[in-house]
Design a protein around this ligand. Structure first.
Ligand code: KIV
Ligand code: ZN
Length: 395
């Protein structure tokens, strides 16, 4: 099962994403976003952390009993610590869904065990086994996450993952909780697990990467190369601190670099931009303009050389079409770096075909204006055209 040719997308926008500053969502907003995630084709929606608050419980339950009841809907997951009450609460919240999952987590690094949980390694092993077994009494789909896996002693990680599998976990997640790992190291971690954990081939291994060093997407992809077949990610890369691996980046990389990742997934690529836009409307910020794949500038070209190339053949400066990720068109942004060809192109879009001499006159005025003004709008260009025509008439 482990190394199938299918990469499963586990979206945690509504859980890891929602628990970060500025990303709080209300009940109806979570339902709206969950509906969009289903349309986007994610396999699993982590709908929340039911024990965290009554509001969280109700949202998870509402998503499970609406979106989760539709034939072919994503699996609805609820997060739980390795504690009985957490598990029972999560189980009640996800129960209405046709397919559901309890996602259990327990910190495994010595730092977390000692400073945060104040338990020994032996106690952690017992707790993991016992709580996975309890979760399995509610659903046959149980994920175990070894929190801070990338800073965990490797022998202990092998031990605890082995116990979780023996207790019935069906997915094993190795989170890079603090965004510390590197691609080569993370790939090797999955390879080691496959080599050393008995039963590793009977479960799916998952990545969960935070972006503290800006390597979340690269690490998630490296995890896939190491044998992981589930990726945990969020829309626009929102999440704790610097965020999570961005779903749209992982999906686009798998599409564009299929030569490196000859794997299938169920993401409806044209829903990437609409999903990003919807999230931006719901939370208190949109993604940065230069954000990969879905940022406002991801398919915008301002420099003359690039504009010339893109107008001749978009492949010169675009590795995927805007339409393939749900962006309506690339945009030729007129500014001080733009050339004559881009101006001519925009004028023709506005219904004006100019002679070479007319274009020279307008272009001269355009460069003067562009030196003074950051953004040049269509009205500016039409204004320049009127001025140029008047100049010719008065000459
Ligand atoms: O970053 C993390 O370790 C988590 C776990 C709860 C999976 O979000
Ligand atoms: Zn996380």
């Amino acid at each position: 099962m482990a190394k199938t040719n299918q990469v499963v997308f586990f979206d945690t926008t509504l859980r890891d994403g929602e628990q970060s500053p500025g990303c709080t969502m209300h009940h109806t907003e979570k339902l709206r976003m969950a509906e969009q995630l289903a349309k986007l084709g994610v396999n699993i929606i982590e709908a929340g952390f039911p024990i965290a608050s009554t509001g969280d419980f109700e949202s998870v339950q509402a998503i499970a009993s609406t979106i989760g009841r539709v034939e072919g809907a994503p699996v609805i997951a609820g997060l739980a610590r390795c504690k009985q009450l957490d598990i029972e609460t999560a189980a009640r919240a996800i129960e209405p869904a046709l397919r559901n999952r309890i996602h259990l987590f327990l910190a495994t690094s010595d730092l977390h065990l000692e400073a945060k949980l104040r338990i020994t390694r032996a106690q952690a092993l017992d707790q993991a086994g016992e709580m996975v077994r309890l979760a399995r009494t509610f659903t046959d789909n149980v994920e175990f996450s070894a929190e801070d896996a990338t800073r965990t002693d490797i022998d202990f990680l092998v031990q605890i993952v082995t116990i979780a599998i023996q207790a019935g976990a069906t997915t094993i997640n190795l989170p890079d909780t603090v965004g510390y790992t590197t691609p080569a190291e993370y790939q090797a971690l999955f390879e080691t697990m496959h080599a050393r954990v008995p039963g590793a081939n009977d479960v799916i291994f998952s990545t969960h990467c935070h972006d503290d060093l800006g390597m979340a997407t690269a690490n998630a992809l490296a995890g896939i190369l190491g044998g992981a077949r589930q990726v945990e990610c969020t829309i626009n890369g929102i999440g704790e601190r610097a965020g999570n691996a961005a779903l749209e980046e992982v999906a686009a990389a798998l599409m564009v670099r299929r030569d490196r990742f000859p794997l299938e997934n169920s993401i409806v690529m044209t829903e990437l931009a609409p999903s990003s836009q919807m999230l931006g409307e719901i939370i208190s910020f949109t993604c940065a303009p230069n954000k990969a794949v879905v940022g406002a500038n991801a398919f915008a070209h301002e420099s003359g050389i690039h504009q010339h190339g893109v107008l001749a053949n978009p492949l010169t400066y675009e590795i995927m079409t805007p339409a393939s990720v749900g962006v309506t068109a690339n945009s030729i942004v007129l500014g001080k770096h733009s050339g004559r060809r881009a101006l001519e192109h925009r004028l023709s879009e506005l219904g004006h075909t100019l002679s070479k001499q007319e274009l020279d006159t307008v272009y001269h005025r355009f460069t003067e204006l562009a030196d003074r003004k950051k953004s040049i709008y269509d009205q500016d260009i039409l204004g320049l055209l009127t001025e140029a025509n008047a100049e010719v008439a008065n000459a």
